[in-house]
Design a binder for this molecule. Structure first.
Ligand SMILES: *Cc1c(COP(=O)(O)O)cnc(C)c1O
Length: 471
């Protein structure tokens, strides 16, 4: 493609995206295609002859778009947000155009230094301890894996790295923990049977007593407790593990404390919501995802560690061809994580944080939390509905529970209710299981979601409930 065509198509694509943002509500939130439907329309092999961009773009619109689930739709109440912003999209375009591979300082000094400063900005915005240093990882799953690997090395005095094989090391997380913890435990070589899932209280938060008992039992059995993973904002119900109390236990036993705040972390920008961060200075590592609730498009996960030297010592290898004269004056982020190659991801953070200001991010967070609070009020005021967990930040867990119906029948009813609501295509909600009860989740966090969208969700839920009411 020559430069003139690039210019023309580039303008057309931005126009198309601007139209998409403008008319996004005309799309069904959740894609309705059947499994295999897209695949069956794709040629079995790559084209031998070059094709025109016009044809490719036509296929994008006709073939790909029907198979897209619209995370940026204001009726997005499913899973968690992965919100986006025009500013972030523009920065991503620049990142793609520069095509820099930012594995070490020398391969793009501005990328390394902007990343360093952006991590300091985020640390201050969330009120994280001053000695913490940060690095951008692709996802929280990767960051948590890094924490598990650092914890493993710390517990074995770096012998696991050097010789392989392990002492029997144990890891602790609550029964409500994210699936990425089990995955990380498996990859890092602890063995799944060394992961202890600690009981939670009535608010679905980890019980510090149960944690201490599990640690004591393992010590008595000759095992070495290596890592505790506390969650701030569990995926099912946004429960907050008591990091302060858990931190004391970890310090007493010399155990690595990793805090997974992938979703909820952003809320700490607002002082009135920062309470859940109490004790975070006791953490060895902390992760949250600006790509969830901070208007940064996917991937951008902020990983902070109290002792960067341990992180670097866990990952650093020094092949001759990557050594440079600047090495002892700069950060070479290749040593701060798993992969060598790195995209220039700090740019979109810089664009978004400057465009919105901390104040703008705070306003968005408060707006979303206010909408969730409003929705929770409606649930509580309706005799036929109930909250299934305390409303926490922007997430509401609830269910339909008409009088006289109990047990498995309620679960089945709510399953039908969810299907009916989502069939409207105007909103998309998902479910979870809380103490064995099928529960609906309303998670607010899309950039353009307003009160009317939450009202719409509540209306659709009420209407669906009437239609399926067994009475
Ligand atoms: C979303 C989430 C994760 C996983 O995040 P990825 O960036 O997709 O790996 C982990 N833990 C919690 C609590 C989450 O909310």
């Amino acid at each position: 493609m020559d430069n003139e065509s690039f210019r023309a198509h580039g303008h057309a694509f931005i126009d198309w995206l601007a139209d998409y943002f403008e008319h996004i509500e005309s799309y069904p939130v959740k894609s309705g295609v059947a499994p295999g439907e897209i695949l069956s329309q794709l040629p079995l092999s790559a084209p031998e002859q070059a094709e025109s961009m016009e044809n490719i773009f036509t296929d994008f619109r006709q073939l790909i778009m029907p198979g897209i689930t619209h995370w940026q739709h204001p009726g997005w109440f499913a899973y968690f947000p992965a919100n986006n912003s025009p500013e972030s999209v523009l920065a991503e375009l620049l990142t793609a155009g520069l095509g820099a591979q930012c594995m070490i300082w020398q391969t793009s000094p501005a990328a390394a230094e902007l990343e360093e400063r952006m991590m300091e900005w985020l640390r201050q915005m969330l009120g994280l301890p001053e000695q913490m240093e940060g690095v951008i990882q692709d996802t929280a799953s990767t960051a948590t894996l890094c924490a598990l690997l650092s914890a493993r090395e710390k517990a074995t005095d770096f012998k696991a790295n050097a010789r392989g094989g392990l002492l029997p090391l144990t890891v602790y997380a609550s029964t409500e923990t994210h699936s990425s913890i089990e995955k990380g435990v498996k990859i890092a070589g602890y063995g799944r049977d060394k992961l202890r899932l600690v009981e939670t209280d009535h608010r679905f938060a980890m019980s510090p007593q149960a944690l201490e008992e599990a640690i004591d039992a393992d010590l008595a059995a000759g095992l070495r407790p290596a890592c505790v993973i506390a969650t701030l904002g569990t995926t099912s119900s946004m429960a907050m593990d008591p990091v302060d109390l858990i931190g004391d236990i970890c310090q007493r036993h010399g155990i690595w404390l990793h805090v997974d705040a992938a979703f909820a972390g952003t809320a700490a920008v607002a002082a009135e919501h920062r309470w859940f961060m109490k004790g975070v200075e006791k953490a060895d590592s902390f992760v949250f995802n600006p790509h969830k609730w901070m208007l940064i498009n996917f991937y951008c996960s902020a990983y902070f560690v109290r002792d960067a030297a341990t992180l670097v010592k866990t990952f650093s290898v020094q092949p001759e061809y990557l050594k440079t004269a600047a090495d002892n004056q700069v950060k070479n982020y290749r040593d701060w994580g798993i992969q060598l190659g790195r995209r220039f991801r700090a740019l979109k953070l810089w664009f978004v944080l400057r465009s919105y200001g901390v104040e703008g991010i705070r306003r968005m967070v408060n707006h979303h939390i206010g909408l969730a609070r409003q929705f929770a009020d409606w649930v509580e005021a309706d005799r036929d509905f109930q909250l299934m967990a305390p409303r926490q930040l922007s997430l509401v867990c609830f269910r339909y529970k008409p009088e006289g119906i109990a047990g498995e029948k309620v679960n089945a009813l709510n399953r039908r209710l969810l299907d009916k609501v989502n069939a409207s295509s105007e909103v998309f909600l998902t479910h979870t299981s809380l103490k064995g009860n099928y529960s609906l989740r309303l998670s607010v966090g899309q950039r353009t979601t307003r009160l009317e969208h939450v009202q719409k969700a509540w209306q659709l839920i009420g209407r669906a409930a009437k239609e399926i009411n067994p009475r």
